[in-house]
Design a protein. Structure first.
Length: 374
């Protein structure tokens, strides 16, 4: 995949000519997909109900298909034989764990209480979003910003393990224990462990296994040069097709709820916007401060700033009901996350040249993200 960065006009014109039509206008396609989804959900009666009935357990089958199509090409790019270098980087691992499981949930808790003190349902929904660390779309944003693919695969896998182990305990702490200590109202919630496990297996396990087997068998059959030079470019565009399809589905599922409650959506959006921007900025510069290069800092920032909205929505619906304020807060998550993180991709590419001078992992052109990275 490729994305646009600033460069001297003549050089940039040449690179832009090399980019596909879909890549060149990616922000416009994402905005269009959001609008189409909202319109479908608003003006086609019963569409959301029909889509919600197509499930395997607690997992929406249409959304699962979209995410699998989106994630497979990106995970097929990962050089799995190089992931050992990531697992051995203690600075990377420690920084990511602290940001994801200490800083992220605490920041969302603080923002939810500070900006939604009078709206307990929405506040609880946002706290749940903060606990659900990203395991899906982060691969897209990381790849667009030329982050470290192998690092992303390892960090997301670790997040998924922590999600299964820690989600329920953190929910109890942030909804009951901490508010009680601070003299605030508490919320009782009983999270389904199976919903969490199912989310991890479907949204990460299946595409991760598919990507690993595809690279392993493909390289074994025809070699790495063929695999990265011929096969990957052919399947690459499907990641964006899957992304756009998923966005349309997500927004059509809740199009009526979102368009019918614009003021509520605006109230929910404010802490989310603050969260994504602050979390990304803190993570990016904290990673730089501990000595990580641009590619790894980018990966840490996106894995820390993104959230597993699929899990947050499933948990909110399963615990509080499909028409609850908690569920609406979860749905507004991707409404804000998708355009904000797309914008942060471009900010990240600019910041790389500004704050990482001489770093060989900083992309020098929009075409850099389309090429295999060593």
């Amino acid at each position: 995949m490729s994305t646009a960065t600033s460069a001297p006009s003549a050089a940039q014109h040449g690179v832009m000519q090399e980019m596909s039509f879909l890549d060149r206008w990616l922000p416009a396609w994402i905005l269009l997909a959001m609008l189409v989804g909202l319109a479908l959900g608003r003006f086609i009666p019963g569409l959301n109900t029909a889509l919600e009935t197509v499930k395997i357990g607690e997992v929406s089958l249409p959304i699962a298909i979209g995410l699998l199509v989106m994630m497979f090409p990106v995970l097929a790019k990962v050089r799995y034989d190089e992931t050992h270098r990531v697992a051995g980087d203690r600075r990377l691992m420690a920084t990511s764990l602290v940001l994801n499981w200490l800083v992220g949930p605490a920041l969302m808790f603080a923002l939810a209480w500070a900006l939604l003190p009078d709206l307990p349902e929405y506040r609880t929904g946002l706290i749940i979003v903060g606990l659900a660390r990203c395991i899906a779309m982060v691969f897209i944003w990381n790849d667009l910003a030329c982050g470290d693919r192998e690092a992303a695969a390892v960090l997301v896998a670790i997040n998924s393990v922590f999600q299964v182990i820690a989600f329920g305990a953190l929910g109890w702490f942030y909804l009951q224990v901490l508010p009680s200590w601070l003299g605030l109202p508490t919320t009782s919630a009983d999270f389904s462990v199976w919903a969490i496990v199912g989310s991890v297996l479907v949204f990460l396990g299946i595409p991760l296994l598919a990507g690993f087997l595809t690279r392993t068998l493909g390289e074994r059959a025809k070699g790495r040069e063929w695999y990265e030079g011929e096969f990957l470019p052919k399947i690459g565009p499907w990641a964006l097709y899957g992304l756009l399809f998923t966005i349309v589905l997500l927004f059509s599922l809740q199009g009526d709820a979102i368009t019918s409650n614009p003021w509520d959506v605006a109230r929910i959006a404010l802490p989310l916007l603050a969260y994504f921007v602050v979390m990304f900025s803190v993570s990016f510069f904290a990673s730089k401060a501990v000595g990580l290069n641009y590619a790894k800092s980018t990966t840490v920032a996106f894995t820390a700033a993104g959230n597993n909205f699929e899990l947050a929505i499933a948990v909110a619906i399963g615990t509080f009901g499909v028409t609850s304020g908690q569920a609406l807060a979860g749905v507004v998550g991707p409404l804000i996350e998708v355009p904000v993180l797309v914008g942060l991709v471009y900010v990240c590419l600019w910041a790389g040249r500004r704050f990482f001078p001489g770093d060989p992992t900083v992309p020098s052109s929009p075409a850099a993200s389309a090429a295999p990275r060593d």
